[in-house]
Write a protein that binds this ligand. Sequence first.
Ligand SMILES: C[C@H](O)[C@H](O)[C@H]1CNC2=NC(N)=NC(=O)C2=N1
Length: 113
Amino acid sequence: MTALSQSSCEACRIGAPKVDEAEARELLTQIPDWSLIEVDGIRQLQRQYKFKNFVAAMAFANELADIAEAEGHHPGILVEWGKATVTWWSHSIKGLHRNDFVMAAKTDSLLGK
Ligand SMILES: C[C@H](O)[C@H](O)[C@H]1CNC2=NC(N)=NC(=O)C2=N1
């Protein structure tokens, strides 16, 4: 359980500041298993989790949906047999907000890792 995972999402509207490179690198030290990726010019955080089968991956996705709803911040989730790929970014600012790092840490906490 990291400090980041115990934070809450703050309001993130159009015009909210994106996390800069230095801050992104610092926050990534708290979620070392996540990768910074860029899709269509939008910076995102992504991690793949392994499960024993499809049902376990789906159960994880549903738990993640619950915390996403609670925080009002929603991930991309790709569920496949034995794995789930989670992607976080902030649609409203087309990039990374601190909220995405908070949610990545909360995603890790769901699995105790
Ligand atoms: C109205 C609603 O709160 C917003 O559209 C929220 C919903 N969930 C969201 N999730 C993500 N990842 N980015 C957003 O900008 C976003 N906006």
